[in-house]
Write a protein that binds this ligand. Structure first.
Ligand code: PMP
Ligand code: GLN
Length: 387
C-alpha cells in the first residue's frame, strides 16, 4: 500500500511506465509510450559528447546556459514571430514536464481551478494536484474524424476561481491540431476572463498535411498571459535528454523560476549547447524527420485499418487513435495486447475524468523506424486470430 499524501492518491504508476514494462516483459513492439527508436541529428549528438569530454560537467546558471536561452528565443522569433528576452523571459528546464509542474506550482494558488482539455496529458493532472488546485476537465468535441476545442464549453466551465487554462496543440493523445480560428476564439475567452494560460507546444514541429503550428502566445492579448512550454525531446529524438524550456513575460517567468529552482535547481549542462546547435542549424534534419514520420503514420494507419480497427485522423504529434469497437474496453485491451499479439498501446480513457466516451479508444505511436512499424503492423493482423 502506498503511503503517498492524500492529494497524490489518485496517481499510481504512470500508464506509460506500466505499458512499457509490459512491452519489455513480452518482447512486444512498443507502439505505446511516445519515444522514437532512432537517434537525433549526428552533429548534435557529437556536440554533447564533446562538451562532456571538454569538462562542461558542473552546474550551469540557474536559468540555463545563455547559448541555449538565446537559441530558444531566436527559434520562437524565427518560427512563430513571438519575441522573448533570453535573459529574463526564457528558462531551461528538465524537460517540458518540469516546466509544466513549475508553471503550475509557481502560478496557481491552492484551492483555485485549472481547466484542462480532455483527454489531457497525465502530467497536467499531477501538477494541479501537487499545487493543491482543482482540475476542471472540458472534453474535446468531435470534429469529423478528429477533435477540436469546444470553446463554448470552456467558457461555461470558467468560474470566479479559475486561475489557468492548459492548452496543448498539436494534441496528445488525439493527434488533433487546433485551427488558428479556434485558438483565437479560445484566446478571446482567456482575455475576457483574465486567465493565465499554459501552452504545451512540445509537438510544435510534428505537423503533417502542410498544417501550420499556431503559437498561442502569438494571438492577440495572449503573450502577456501565456507560459509557453516546449522541449528538445520530440523535435530532435532525444526524449532521454530531458531538456526543455518555458517562455513567458518576466513577472510570470520569475514565478516559474522560483518553483523550478527547488525542483531540480538546474538541468544537465552538456546537453544544452547541443540542443542550441539543433535549434539553430538542424532545420533540414527536422524537415526530413517529419517527412519520414508522415510516411510512418500512413504505414501504421493502413495497418490498423487492415487489422479491422477504425482509425481517427491525426494531423500532428506521433500518435493516432484507433477505435476497438463499441462496448469494448481499451484499458483491458491494452493490458492484454503485449501478451496476446506482442504489441503495446495506450488506452485513452486514463487521460479522462469522464472515461465513458473514450473507453474504446486506443492510442498507437508511429514515431518509430519504418521497420519497427511494419513489424508492429504484421503482429496487429493477428488480432482476429488471437481473440
Ligand atoms: N507534454 C506532452 C503533451 C507530452 O506528450 C510530453 C512527452 N513528450 C511532455 C509534455 C513531456 O516532455 P518532456 O519529455 O520534454 O518532459
Ligand atoms: N509523452 C510521452 C507519451 O505521451 C510519454 C512521456 C512519459 O512517459 N512521461 O507517450
Amino acid at each position: 500500500m502506498s503511503r503517498s499524501v492524500h492529494r497524490l492518491r489518485e496517481f499510481g504508476e504512470t500508464v506509460f511506465a506500466t505499458m512499457s514494462a509490459r512491452a519489455v516483459e513480452f518482447d512486444a513492439v512498443n507502439l505505446g509510450q511516445g519515444f522514437p527508436d532512432s537517434d537525433g541529428p549526428p552533429r548534435m549528438l557529437e556536440i554533447a559528447c564533446e562538451e562532456i569530454r571538454a569538462g562542461n560537467n558542473q552546474y550551469g546558471p540557474g536559468r540555463g546556459l545563455p547559448v541555449l536561452r538565446e537559441a530558444v528565443a531566436a527559434q520562437r522569433a524565427r518560427d512563430h514571430g513571438v519575441h522573448y528576452d533570453p535573459d529574463t523571459e526564457v528558462l531551461i528546464t528538465v524537460g517540458a514536464t518540469e516546466a509544466i509542474s513549475a508553471a503550475v506550482l509557481g502560478l496557481v494558488e491552492p484551492g483555485t481551478e485549472v481547466i484542462v482539455l480532455e483527454p489531457y496529458y497525465d502530467a497536467y493532472a499531477a501538477a494541479i494536484a501537487l499545487a493543491g488546485a482543482r482540475r476542471v476537465a472540458v472534453p474535446l468535441a468531435a470534429d469529423g474524424a478528429t477533435w477540436t476545442v469546444d470553446v463554448a464549453a470552456v467558457r461555461a466551465a470558467i468560474t470566479a476561481d479559475t486561475a489557468m487554462l492548459i492548452i496543448n496543440s498539436p494534441h496528445n493523445p488525439t493527434g488533433a491540431v487546433f485551427s488558428r480560428a479556434t485558438l483565437s476564439e479560445l484566446a478571446k475567452v482567456c482575455v475576457e476572463h483574465d486567465l493565465l494560460v499554459l501552452s504545451d507546444e512540445v509537438y510544435e514541429n510534428l505537423l503533417f498535411d502542410a498544417l501550420p503550428h499556431t503559437a498561442v502566445a502569438s494571438l492577440p492579448g495572449m503573450r502577456e498571459r501565456t507560459v509557453t512550454v516546449s522541449s528538445a525531446a520530440k523535435s530532435y529524438n532525444v526524449t532521454g535528454w530531458k531538456t526543455g524550456w518555458a517562455l513567458a513575460p518576466a513577472p510570470l517567468l520569475d514565478a516559474v523560476v522560483t518553483a523550478k529552482q527547488f525542483m531540480s535547481y538546474v538541468g544537465a549542462t552538456p546537453f544544452q549547447p547541443a540542443v542550441a546547435h539543433a535549434l539553430t542549424h538542424e532545420g533540414p534534419w527536422l524537415s526530413a524527420m517529419v517527412a519520414e514520420l508522415a510516411t510512418g503514420r500512413d504505414i501504421l494507419v493502413d495497418g490498423l485499418r487492415s487489422a479491422g480497427l477504425s482509425v481517427h485522423d491525426t494531423h500532428g504529434t506521433y500518435f493516432v487513435i484507433a477505435d476497438i469497437g463499441e462496448g469494448r474496453d481499451g484499458l483491458d485491451f491494452c493490458l492484454e495486447l503485449p501478451a496476446r499479439i506482442g504489441v503495446a498501446a495506450i488506452p485513452v480513457q486514463v487521460f479522462c475524468d469522464d472515461p465513458g466516451p473514450w473507453r474504446s479508444k486506443v492510442r498507437f505511436a508511429f514515431g518509430k523506424k519504418h521497420e519497427t512499424l511494419h513489424r508492429g503492423v504484421e503482429r496487429l493482423q493477428l488480432l482476429d486470430e488471437c481473440p
